[in-house]
Structures are given as C-alpha cells and as structure tokens.
Write a protein that binds this ligand. Structure first.
Ligand code: ADP
Ligand code: MG
Length: 260
C-alpha cells in the first residue's frame, strides 16, 4: 500500500450491509465509507434505520449480510479461511472501546461522579492506570467546559452539561471514530448550541465523526458528506451543497423541505 492509499483508507467502511428485525428489513444493502478526519452527517426520517446503522458499526446489532471494518478491523467477526466466526464478548468489547458512541439520552452512570463517568471505561475496558486516566479526564472536562463539575453527579447537571460529559467520556477512550446519535434531540432548545459547539470543535481539530442529527444548518456547516437515508436505504449522499441545497431525489427534497 502506498502512503497516499494508507492516508485514504477509510476509518469506517460499511460494505453492503443488510439487517432485519423479524420480517422487517431495516437496513437494505447499505454501503458507506468514512475517511479519516472527515465528518459524515446522516439525515433521514424517523424509522429510516439511522440508529440501527450506528449500532451495527459498534456491533450492538449484528448484521445479516455484508461487513463492517473500523480502522481495518472486521467488526464482530474473525476470519478463518473463507469462514467468519463471531468474536467472543471480550474481543467485541475491545473493538467497541475504540469506537466512541454518544447517545441521545446521554446514558451517564447516575451513581458515579462526572470525573468517574469519564474515567471508568479506560480503566475497566482498556486496563489503563486510574491516576493517569483521571488526569486525562480532567483535561477532557476542561475541553468541554466542565472543569468545575468534576465531582458533581449527573442529576445535578443540565441536559447540555450531561451531554458534554458524555462526549468527554467517549473521547477518553481515544476512539478512532465518534458516532453521535441525535446528540441534541433530548435537549431544551437553549442548550443545543453548547453541545453543537463541542462537536464543531472536535471537527475543527480533525476528529473523524459520524453524526445523526436533524439540525440541518449544523449539518450544512460541518459535514464533508451528507448521507440521506429513507426506508433503510441510502437514497443519496454527497457534499451538503448537493444533498441539502440541491438534492436530486424527490424523497430527499421532501424531507429537507419538512425539516428546514
Ligand atoms: P431511526 O434511528 O432512523 O429512527 P431506527 O434504526 O431506530 O430508525 O429504526 C428503524 C426501524 O427498525 C424502525 O421501524 C424500528 O421500529 C425498527 N427497530 C429498531 N430496533 C429494533 C429492534 N431492536 N427490534 C425490532 N425492531 C427494531
Ligand atoms: Mg434513531
């Protein structure tokens, strides 16, 4: 592989993935590739499969067909000859620990302080030294503007602050890619901006991001690639100037009109 090819290798490579729940096909032959340092925004109506797509990247859902690589690692399986064997839980957790995931509803541990929330996974999942991880956690809390909340508990914070803790927690694993599933949908409108500011700063620093959001203005501003999904399919994808401002498919046009 040449140096140029090494740089271009996608961090996330979703290759012809299909996923059903019972008879219901939720992802239909999805392919998607996310380059290092790029921002991909996934748009689409409720029920179109956006969350399921993110969850397959993390192996929180198993795919029925197709495969996913993150940073060159086949997710959830190990290849032996031409057969695939599902990984053991421990190996799945190791893969998952390099894929940051930020949920709509924060999912902080209520019984742990803010600092402990950020430091927990690197210690338990990556076996790093607590003192070293706590120093890192303090730096990450400063980065998301929450140095003064290190010893608070989640219930003492606003939704926007909790989501910023969740972002710091994801960053503590030094992930190859950060996946955001509607990170501002559960927030009061006046708290959305502080969370988008943090995501924007990560993009500016060159992090590799996949963001599911209905914030169209934000998508236009930060996305390198916008992917529009409907009924489990990628209907169209491309730069925001194309997919948001002059979509070619009627389904995309109708969706953009509704959310603008
Ligand atoms: P989106 O995030 O775009 O709103 P989802 O990926 O959450 O869409 O859901 C896509 C479809 O899959 C929906 O119809 C949803 O009801 C269905 N679905 C999601 N998760 C499950 C599950 N665990 N079991 C059964 N159906 C599910
Ligand atoms: Mg969803």
């Amino acid at each position: 592989m040449s140096a140029a090819e090494a740089v271009r290798r996608p961090v996330v490579d979703v290759d012809h993935v299909t996923k059903s729940f019972g008879d219901h096909v939720v992802l239909r032959d999805i392919s998607l590739s996310v380059e290092q340092g790029s921002v991909t925004v996934v748009l689409g109506p409720s029920g179109s499969g956006k969350s399921t797509l993110l969850r397959t990247i993390n192996h929180l859902e198993k795919v029925d067909r197709g495969q996913i690589h993150v940073d060159g690692d086949l997710i959830g399986y190990r290849r032996q000859g031409d057969r695939l064997h599902e990984l053991r839980e421990r190996d799945v957790l190791r893969q998952r620990s390099r894929i940051g995931f930020v949920f709509q509803d924060f999912n902080l541990f209520p019984h742990l302080t803010v600092l402990q929330n950020v430091a927990e996974a690197p210690v338990s999942a990556q076996g790093r030294k607590r003192a070293e991880v706590e120093a890192l956690a303090e730096r990450l809390l400063a980065r998301v503007g929450l140095s003064d909340k290190a010893s608070a508990y989640p219930r003492q914070l606003s939704g926007g602050q909790q989501q910023r803790v969740a972002i710091a927690r994801a960053l503590a694993l030094e992930p190859k890619v950060l996946l955001f599933d509607e990170p501002t949908s559960a927030l009061d409108p006046e708290l959305v901006g502080e969370v988008l500011d943090v995501i924007r700063s990560l993009a500016d620093e060159g992090a590799t991001l996949v963001v599911v959001t209905h914030e169209i203005g934000f998508a236009r501003e930060i996305a390198d690639t916008v992917v529009f999904m409907d009924h489990g399919q990628v209907v169209e994808s491309g730069p925001p100037a194309q997919v948001i401002d002059s979509p070619t498919h009627e389904r995309t046009r109708a969706f953009i009109r509704r959310v603008l």
